[in-house]
Structure formats: C-alpha cells, structure tokens
Write a protein that binds this ligand. Structure first.
Ligand code: SF4
Ligand code: SF4
Length: 476
C-alpha cells in the first residue's frame, strides 16, 4: 500500500507505471523503461533510495529522477522520437486496380472478381499520381502497389516503376518500390522485370496449405497455396542474385482456422527462407465484416495464438541459434530496446494518416491511408490527383482531424504505461464505433496491443529471452 502523503514529488521525474509479474514497470515520455521491485519502488517514490545503489543509477541514466535529469539527452531523445512530424508523407500506396483473381474470405479492400477494366488505373491518372508523389517534402519515397491484384494492371505497374525511377534522376530522393501480390498471374518475365528494378515483393501465406486455401480462394480450381509457394521459391532465387537487399517478405493473416496450426505456420515460413513471420489480426473492414462470425475471434483468443507463436519462435531461436522473428514484435522491440523508429505508421502518435502516408486510388481519389479507402462513405478522402493540389490535401481539415484523434497526449492513453510505443487508429474507431476517437474500454485494437505489450515486458524480465530480442534489434 502506497501512502500518498509520504510521496516525495520533488525527487520524481515524469513517468507512468504498471505491475508486471511481481515488479513495477516504469516508462517515461521518450520510451526509457526499467523494472523495480515493489520495495525499491516504494523507496524511490518516498525519496529513500540509496543514491549509491545500482537501481538508483539505472533510474538516473533513464532520466527518471527529477533533480538528476540530463536535459540535453532528454531533449535529443524527444526530438528524435518525434522527428517524423517535420518530414511529410513517405509511404505512397497506389491501388492499380480493384480487380482480383482471388476471393479471400477476409478481403479488406472489397476487391472485385473478374470484372471489367473500368476499375483499373489508366496512364493519365498514373502519371499524375507519380507527379503528386514527388511533391512530398520527405527525403524518402516508398511506393507500394496494392489492389485488388496489382499484377492484373501490369502495363501501368511497369509505367509507374520506370517513370518513377526516371523522374528520380532529377529529384534525388531515396526511393523504394514495393509490390504486394498474391502471385496468381506472376510469370518469369514479370519477375525478371521486378528483380532488375529492385522492386520489393510481399505475398500472403496463411500456412498451412489447408488454411491458406480455405481463406484465399483462387477460382478455377487452382491451388492458391501451391502457386504462391512456387513463385516465392523462384523469387528467392532471382532476388538472391539480383537484389539481395530486398528479399521477398510475407504477411500471415490470422483467421480462427489458423489457431491450431501455429507451429506449422512458423515452420513453413522458416523453410521458405523468410526472415520471419508477420502475423496480422483481422480488421473489421470490407469482406471480413460480413464473414466475421465464421472466421473472427475475440482479442483474448488472438492473444493466446500470438503467445503460442512467439513462444515457439523464441524456442527456435534458442535451439537452432538463428535469428527468426515475428515482424510486428520486432517493430515494437526496436522502439523499446533501441529507440529506433521503424516507421510503423499505425503505431505512432499521431498516426501516419496524411502526414506519413497517402493512398492513391485507381480512379484518382486520394485518401489519408490504406484503411481510409476501405470505408465506403469517403469520410477519409482528401482530394483527387486531377483536381487538388498537394498542399490542399495534406493541409486538409480531414488530415488535421486525424492528427488530433490519434495524438495520444489528449486521449485516455496518456495514462497508459505503453504510451511511448503505441498508437491508435481513427479509421478503425470510425468503423467500430462511428467516431474518430477510441472508446478504449471496448476497443479490441487496444486490448490486443495492451496484451502484446504486457507479454513482451514479461518476457523482457527473462535474461535469456531478452538476449534473443536484442539479437533481432541489433540486426536492424
Ligand atoms: S491504445 Fe491501449 S495499449 Fe495503446 S496506449 Fe492507448 S490505452 Fe495503452
Ligand atoms: S488512420 Fe489507422 S490505418 Fe490510417 S494511418 Fe492512422 S493508424 Fe494507420
């Protein structure tokens, strides 16, 4: 029991805290953290901690002690943590088509199967889109092709790739191009073109095979899983030769059918030479809204699955002496252990909507972000490459509202010990609750994030596991 009248506020820097296992976790505004036993925590807040003790030095170095704060370090850390605010959008997602050759049970983009080409981006919109992208104030440009299935609009994909590379000869941006594809219509010629231009590849693999094929239906009796694996292997081979710094990556979307197969999922991704898995919970957008009863789950069920996956991955790291990670966990650990910003636009404050990313739809409409285009009423549309200027779009009231709604300082999150590493999503809140602001008591995204942070900090108390986590971070 803490006696409030005894608390020596003049000794205390600003921090948030929570009980984890039998210890107290402290975090501060710049993301420093430390664990204190309950006894030391009491001594600390009553001003009775021995200034020669090891834990006092840890607190001092982390800038938790008010009259020992190193202002220069604290200011630099704060500046670095928030430097993205002065940079402008770096991620530019282009929806090349709404058409798709798959009918996935959880499709967030509500893609259209075998429809006509009126849902494809044309060359005029494509050129205007690239010209708009190059107006960003950010030194880095990451162009990501999405759909539908982007390869179905191959000629425009080729045009945008070559036009962007050419245009950059006069702009000197740090440019990366990335394709998210199901590989349904991949062929050798396309793969050669992509590897030669160092276009990064990601694909979905909901291993094992029976789960993937149940989730990712490829009409015409084609086996989506075997097709994806075939092209992953071919891509690995050619990228190793031509572009080994942008090896193919994977996304593993989790439905309730995935739950019993966490070992198989990890093993299959490992055998395909991926650097790790990237498990993603379902989002309540598009088709997943309609199929939720069959494929959805509670946050608690997802967290059980997450813990199984993470424990199994840690075991593999320890037994096989390899570095194989879960990508979302890796991003969080980068923030916790190294204070490097992994550019995870959904987990920062304010989030990336309009200030870190923009989405360019096939028809020229521009949205705050990928999820923003998934809401049918165009609430998150900020302009059109045909009619709007770059300044009008990024300075729009919608972008300002997104910043306010996702800035954790003004929300209940301001009291949460995980605030330095977390983020909220106004589009998710709008889809779930009809408001941009999070209703945290019933917000499943918060429950999942909170559960993941709780688990990671519990794991960080284990020296052996902490070394595994540190080895992932060191590789970055
Ligand atoms: S969203 Fe939840 S876990 Fe994240 S900072 Fe807010 S309260 Fe904490
Ligand atoms: S609104 Fe949501 S999806 Fe869009 S950038 Fe923010 S966190 Fe990401």
């Amino acid at each position: 029991m803490i006696k409030l009248e005894k608390v020596k506020k003049k000794n205390l820097g600003f921090f948030r805290y929570k009980k984890i296992n039998n210890n107290i976790l402290l975090t501060n505004e710049v993301g420093n953290f430390c664990f204190l036993s309950l006894d030391d925590f009491k001594k600390f807040i009553y001003g009775q901690l021995d200034s020669k003790s090891k834990i006092y030095q840890v607190l001092k170095n982390g800038n938790f002690i008010k009259n020992k704060i190193n202002e220069k370090v604290l200011i630099n850390d704060y500046r670095r943590k928030n430097s993205f605010l002065a940079q402008g959008p770096s991620l530019h997602i282009i929806v090349l088509t709404k058409r798709c050759d798959h009918v996935c049970t959880y499709c967030q983009a509500s893609a259209k199967i075998n429809c006509d080409k009126k849902y494809d981006m044309d060359a005029r919109i494509a050129k205007k889109t690239v010209d708009m992208i190059f107006q960003t104030t950010n030194r880095s440009i990451s162009i990501e092709f999405q759909g539908g299935e982007p390869l179905l609009n191959w000629e425009i994909l080729k045009f945008i790739t070559d036009y962007s590379i050419e245009k950059n000869k006069h702009n000197d941006k740090d440019i990366r191009i990335h394709l998210m594809s199901n590989f349904g219509v991949m062929d050798q010629e396309k793969l050669n073109f992509l590897a030669k231009r160092r276009v990064g590849l990601s694909t979905s693999l909901d291993a094992p095979e029976q789960v993937h094929n149940k989730n990712r239906i490829f009409p015409g009796a084609k086996n989506s899983y075997q097709n994806a694996v075939k092209w992953i292997k071919k891509a690995n081979k050619i990228y190793k030769k031509e572009a080994d710094d942008c090896m193919p990556g994977v996304v593993n979307t989790i439905t309730r059918d995935s739950f019993p197969f966490y070992r198989e999922m990890v093993d299959e991704n490992l055998s395909l030479d991926f650097e790790g898995v990237y498990i993603r919970p379902l989002s309540p957008f598009g088709t997943a809204q309609k199929t939720w009863k069959e494929i959805g789950y509670t946050p608690e069920e997802y967290l059980d699955y997450y813990k199984n996956v993470l424990d199994y991955i840690i075991k593999i790291n320890l037994e096989k002496k390899i570095e194989f990670y879960e990508r979302g966990t890796f991003f969080i650990l980068l923030k916790i252990l190294s204070k490097i910003d992994p550019n995870d636009l959904d987990m920062r404050s304010p989030c990336g909507a309009g200030i870190g990313q923009l989405l360019y739809n096939y028809d020229g409409k521009v949205y705050t972000c990928d999820e923003g285009r998934m809401i049918k009423d165009d609430t998150f549309m900020i302009g059109n490459v045909d009619k709007s200027s770059y300044e009008e779009m990024v300075g729009s009231d919608i972008v300002k509202s997104m910043c306010v709604a996702s800035c954790l300082d003004g929300l209940q999150c301001d009291r949460c010990v995980y605030k330095p590493y977390c983020g909220v999503c106004p589009v998710y809140n709008y889809a779930q609750h009809g408001t941009l602001f999070p209703q945290l008591s019933c917000n499943n995204r918060c429950k999942i994030n909170m559960g993941i942070f709780d688990y990671l900090f519990k794991k960080l108390e284990d020296e052996e596991v902490r070394k595994v986590f540190e080895s992932w971070v060191k590789k970055y």
